[in-house]
Write a new protein. Structure first.
Ligand code: ZN
Length: 424
C-alpha cells in the first residue's frame, strides 16, 4: 500500500513538473498588462500600493500586474482595461517575439552547447545572480581552459541595457567564432593560446526578458526603487566618479539613466566588480546600440586620460577595419566628448580600477531615424561580419603588444596613472 502511495505521489510530481516548469514558477507568475487613466491612477495610489508601470501614452498608463492581483484592483473601484497581451510560456516559446535574437534561456543553452562541443577550450560559469535570480553567465575561452594561466585577460560583455538586443549577439557570435575557427585561423589560434578571453553576453537578464515579454523599450535592470518606479541604469552604477554630476547620470529613480542609491548598489554591476578585481583584464569591449561609435575613457570628463594617444590609435584602427567591410562608418573618441557625458559607466571604472583599455562599441544603426534601438534580425550577421576584423585585431593587440609596449604580454595588468591618484 505504502509503495503504491509513494508511486502515485511520485508520478503526480513528475506530471506537475511538466505542467509548471521551474522557470515559470520562479520568475513567471501569470501576468497581464492593464491600462488605466492617469488621473484614476493618481487617486488609486492614495489607498493602494503602486503598480509596475510600463509606460504612459497621453492620458493612459499601462501596467504589468500579476493575475492574482486583478480582483484586488477591481475591488478598488477604479476602472481599468485588461490588454490582450500574455507572457510567453515554456510551451509557447518566444521565437515569434524575439526571432533570431537570444533570450536568457536560449543564451544559457547556447553557452552550454559550446562548452559541450569544445570542452578543451570553453568553460561556462556564472559570476553571480541578477535581481530576480537569473545567472550572469560567462564563458571563458582559452587553451588549457581549466587552468588560470599567466596570460592576459580580455573581457567582452553585452546587454547592460535591456532593449539593445543586438548587443547580446555580438559576444555570443564572437565566442562561437573563436571556438569554431581555432584550428584553422591563425589569428584566432594566436588569441586563444595567448589570452584568457571572458565573454559575458547578458549582464542584464531580467531587463532583457522584460523587454522581450512585456515592453520592448525597457532599458534598466528590474530593481524596485521603492517609490513607484523600477530599474537602475547598470551603465551608471559603477563606482568610479559615481554620481559625479547630474548630467552624466540621474538621481531620479524613474529616469532612464538613474544611477541607483549608491555605487555598485545592483547585484549585476557588483558581480562584475568582484569578478574583474579578481581577474583584471588588459582590454575590454562592452557592446551597446545605437549610433556607430567606438568609445573609451573618460566618460565623466573631457579631460584626456594619460593613455589617450594609444587608446585613440586602437579605436581608429578598429573603425577603419569596420569601414572596410560594409562601408559603414563608426566614429570614435573619448566617451564624454564623442557621445555625451556619462558617470558611473563601465569603461571608466574598468580603466580606473583595473587599468583596462576599456571600449564601448555602439553598434548600428547610426541614428534614431534608422531604427534606433530596434534592429532587424537580418542585421545580426551583417553587423557581426563588420565587427569581426576589429575584434580580432583588438584581442591580438594584447597578445603581441603591437604598436607599442604599453601592455605586457604576461603578468599583472600595468597600472595606468589616474588623475587625482598618486602614482605608485
Ligand atoms: Zn546601451
Amino acid at each position: 500500500m505504502l509503495k503504491k502511495i509513494i508511486y502515485v505521489v511520485f508520478t503526480l510530481l513528475v506530471i506537475t513538473s511538466f505542467l509548471f516548469p521551474v522557470e515559470e514558477l520562479s520568475f513567471m507568475p501569470e501576468k497581464s498588462v492593464i491600462s488605466m487613466d492617469i488621473r484614476d491612477y493618481r487617486d488609486f495610489l492614495k489607498n493602494n500600493p503602486p503598480l509596475d508601470r510600463l509606460y504612459c501614452s497621453g492620458e493612459t498608463c499601462f501596467f504589468l500586474v500579476k493575475d492574482n492581483k486583478l480582483p484586488e484592483i477591481a475591488g478598488s473601484g477604479f476602472p481599468f482595461q485588461k490588454q490582450n497581451l500574455r507572457a510567453p510560456t515554456a510551451s509557447s516559446p518566444q521565437d515569434s517575439v524575439n526571432g533570431d535574437y537570444h533570450s536568457y534561456l536560449e543564451t544559457e543553452s547556447e553557452l552550454y552547447d559550446l562548452e559541450a562541443q569544445y570542452p578543451d577550450l570553453a568553460r561556462v560559469s556564472s559570476i553571480g545572480q541578477s535581481v530576480e535570480g537569473r545567472e550572469l553567465y560567462l564563458v571563458k575561452i582559452s587553451d588549457n581552459v581549466t587552468q588560470n594561466e599567466n596570460e592576459p585577460k580580455i573581457f567582452i560583455v553585452g546587454c547592460h541595457h535591456a532593449r539593445e538586443w543586438i548587443s547580446v549577439e555580438m559576444p555570443l557570435l564572437f565566442a562561437r567564432y573563436l571556438l569554431e575557427q581555432y584550428s584553422n585561423n591563425s589569428q584566432v589560434k594566436r588569441a586563444v593560446e595567448g589570452l584568457q578571453i571572458y565573454v559575458l553576453p547578458i549582464l542584464n537578464p531580467d531587463g532583457l526578458e522584460f523587454s522581450i515579454r512585456y515592453y520592448r523599450m525597457w532599458r534598466k535592470n528590474r530593481q524596485y526603487n521603492g517609490d513607484f518606479s523600477w530599474g537602475v541604469d547598470l551603465n551608471r552604477n559603477y563606482g568610479y566618479k559615481w554620481g559625479y554630476d547630474d548630467m552624466g547620470s540621474s538621481a531620479i529613480p524613474y529616469n532612464e539613466t538613474y544611477r541607483g542609491p549608491g555605487p555598485f548598489s545592483e547585484p549585476e554591476s557588483l558581480a562584475v566588480k568582484t569578478f574583474l578585481l579578481e581577474n583584471p583584464p588588459v582590454g575590454s569591449i562592452s557592446f551597446h546600440n545605437f549610433s556607430q561609435m567606438i568609445l573609451y575613457p573618460w566618460g565623466y570628463t573631457e579631460t584626456l586620460t594619460p593613455d589617450d594617444v594609444e587608446m585613440r590609435k586602437i579605436a581608429k584602427k578598429m573603425s577603419e577595419l569596420i569601414f572596410a567591410v560594409n562601408g559603414r562608418s563608426y566614429s570614435y573618441g573619448p566617451g564624454a566628448s564623442t557621445i555625451y557625458p556619462t558617470n558611473g559607466d563601465s569603461d571608466d571604472w574598468f580603466y580606473a580600477a583595473c587599468g583596462t583599455f576599456a571600449y564601448t562599441i555602439e553598434l548600428p544603426p547610426l541614428s534614431f531615424f534608422n531604427g534606433g534601438f530596434i534592429t532587424a534580425q537580418e542585421e545580426i550577421d551583417r553587423t557581426f561580419a563588420e565587427n569581426l576584423p576589429a575584434l580580432l585585431y583588438f584581442v591580438n593587440y594584447f597578445v603581441t603588444g603591437e604598436g607599442g609596449d604599453t601592455i605586457q604580454k604576461t603578468g599583472p595588468v600595468k597600472s595606468h596613472p589616474i588623475p587625482g591618484r598618486s602614482k605608485k
